[in-house]
Design a protein. Structure first.
Lengths: 473, 112
């Protein structure tokens, strides 16, 4: 599981409870042993006083589990499918016809660029530590430059003790791919392709990798106890806020507010949103990093929250503008997927249901009204859906984390109001880091190649002006 | 000779074609066009942003006929294209000065 909390009495008690359950309840033993080995390795890495738990976990020395590995191989492919073709189509349907190829190109090119960077240095920076006992480290290590030192039998014991390290790294790679790709929604139809490539490379190295390390790689936010099961903070708040900064720095599309910028083909958006929903089981249930009960909880929570959010957006919109729109129900589903992401392995399905309803209604408000009130052109609502949805999810995880689902998280509802403050600290740190760094990177890219195409190129459409192609009639 | 130009809803084309067929009209030209009259377009709302769509898709039918046939054709089109709702379209009748069949060189009514 992607949570690394300094072991407390509670954690040890949970471990003892698991052991007890494993002994008294054979059917639970298999799940418990994998959960235990991960919890034990966390304890061993972060606390010197771990001899008690270490002896309890001694029989479960790190070993590759074929069931876990099979599920994680599948999850990697599911999450990759979210970006290509899922996100690419989701966004492409919402732009005008002259920018549809440029939009799918962004998702595809980012997939390629991030893959290379991740294999070269990203994985090492995010998920390897020179010193596992030093959670204050800003960034991981450089030890696995070009995947050095990893082979088919390697295991990242501290992160995922039952699957091959290549599988863990490839799974995490797909998260590193979709996060920058999400930002594209904010600057759709008006960023030069050369600028996109440079921006995304720098953004991965200086924004995504550090934040992933802080929250998931035994960094300071994880040690603080920030709960982020599958990436509400690392992925969605991060990408959403970066999107807002991009929209503000780039300015509005030419003709914004006067010309018709209606989506050119919502059927593509429908296919994309549906692929995102299906792929999201790899994202959330896969974040258990094992084929176990926690993955099952995450799966159920994901399904319930998504349906609730889709209906919430649809009904709110129906009440406000008198028609239940296709784009509305699709947007609501994505808002629900986003919001349940940090919560999926901590809350119970009732918590997920509430999170979904809140996310659907509030994200509708953010996309339909907040954007106009403030007056930025977040073309496809990367901030309105991912930024706002991510914040809702991260906050509400602090309310609804149910220790019966995951002993590592206990929210306000279950008597731990402090968790909400910890969540806010995680949210605030991420917002500040990503906002400042995104702005700096944009300035660097502007100096190097400029950000926007010429007005004529933008008017002609990015398909022709950037790529020399167009979709046929 | 007359040139009958009808602007109709795209969904009514087949009814209009059948009606004209039963009047022994066996040739016509159909073009996809956009425009607006009293209907004044409509509005579409995407995530709270409203876009006015001024030009709606219509079909334009052009038929060249002899003077005596034109009234019957106009009423046949009117009856078959009508839905009773705004946006059903219009029919224009113009005097037609000359017609030539390209293949044979025939002119006038013989070329219709």
């Amino acid at each position: 599981m992607k949570l690394h909390k300094t072991p407390t009495l509670m954690g040890l008690a949970g471990l003892a409870g698991l052991t007890l359950l494993a002994v008294t309840h054979p059917a639970f033993a298999q799940d418990a042993s994998s959960a235990m080995s991960s919890a034990a390795s966390t304890a061993a890495s972060a606390a010197p006083d771990a001899s008690a738990s270490a002896s309890a976990a001694a029989p479960a020395a790190p070993a590759i589990n074929s069931g876990d590995t099979a599920w994680m191989l599948t999850s990697m492919a599911l999450v990759l499918m979210m970006t290509i073709p899922g996100l690419g189509l989701f966004y492409a349907g919402m732009v005008r016809k002259k920018n549809v190829l440029a939009t799918v190109m962004q998702s595809f090119a980012i997939t390629c660029v991030v893959t290379i960077l991740w294999f070269v240095i990203g994985y090492s920076n995010a998920f390897q530590n020179n010193d596992w006992n030093n959670p204050g480290a800003f960034i991981g290590s450089f030890a696995h430059f070009f995947m050095a030192g990893i082979n088919g039998n390697s295991i990242n014991v501290a992160e995922a003790p039952t699957i091959p390290e290549y599988v863990f790294s490839a799974f995490q790679m797909t998260f590193a791919i979709i996060t920058p790709a999400l930002i594209c929604g904010a600057f759709a139809e008006r960023l030069k392709f050369s600028a996109l490539l440079i921006f995304m490379a720098l953004w991965l190295l200086f924004v995504y990798d550090p934040i992933a390390h802080w929250v998931w790689g035994h960094g300071f936010l994880g040690s603080l106890g920030v709960l982020d099961f599958a990436g509400g903070t690392v992925v969605h708040i991060n990408a959403g806020v970066a999107g807002l900064v991009c929209a503000l720095v780039l300015g509005k599309r030419k003709g914004f507010g006067t010309t018709n910028m209606a989506p050119h083909n919502l059927t593509l958006t429908y296919i994309g949103a549906s692929l995102l929903w299906v792929g999201w089981f790899g994202f959330n249930a896969g974040s258990a990093l094992a084929a176990n009960g926690l993955a099952g909880s995450a799966m159920m929570n994901t399904q319930v929250a998504t349906a609730a959010a889709a209906l919430a957006w649809m009904f709110v919109e129906w009440a406000v503008v008198k028609k239940p729109s296709v784009l509305g129900i699709l947007s609501g589903a994505v808002a629900g997927l986003v919001a349940v992401t940090p919560a999926s392995g901590f809350v119970n399905p009732i918590g997920a249901f509430v999170i979904g309803i809140v996310a659907g209604a509030v994200c509708y408000y953010a996309a339909a009204h907040l954007k106009k009130m403030i007056g930025y052109d977040d073309s496809l609502d990367a901030f309105g859906v991912h930024g706002i949805g991510g914040i809702i999810g991260a906050l509400l995880t602090g309310f609804f984390a149910d220790p019966d689902i995951n002993s590592a998280g206990k929210g306000l509802w279950f008597g731990n109001p402090g968790q909400v403050l910890i969540q806010i600290e995680g949210i605030a740190t991420t917002i500040v880091w990503t906002a400042v760094l995104t702005w700096i990177i944009l300035m660097v890219v502007k100096m190097l190649v400029g950000l926007r195409p010429s007005e004529m190129d933008e008017e002609e459409g990015l398909d022709i002006s950037q790529h020399g192609e167009s979709v046929t009639e | 000779m007359k040139l009958v130009i009808a602007i109709i809803k795209p969904s009514r084309l087949e009814e209009v074609r059948q009606a004209l067929n039963s009047l022994d009209v066996h040739g016509m030209t159909v073009t996809e066009v956009k425009g607006y009259g009293r209907q004044k377009g409509h509005s579409e709302i995407y995530r709270g942003t409203e876009y006015a769509v001024h030009f709606l898709p219509k079909l334009k039918i052009e038929i060249a006929v002899e003077d005596s046939a034109s009234d019957g054709i106009v009423s046949a089109i009117r009856e078959s294209a009508q839905t009773g709702r705004i946006g059903d379209g219009k029919i224009f009748v113009l005097d037609l000065l000359a017609v030539t069949r390209i293949r044979t060189g025939e002119t006038g009514a013989a070329a219709l």
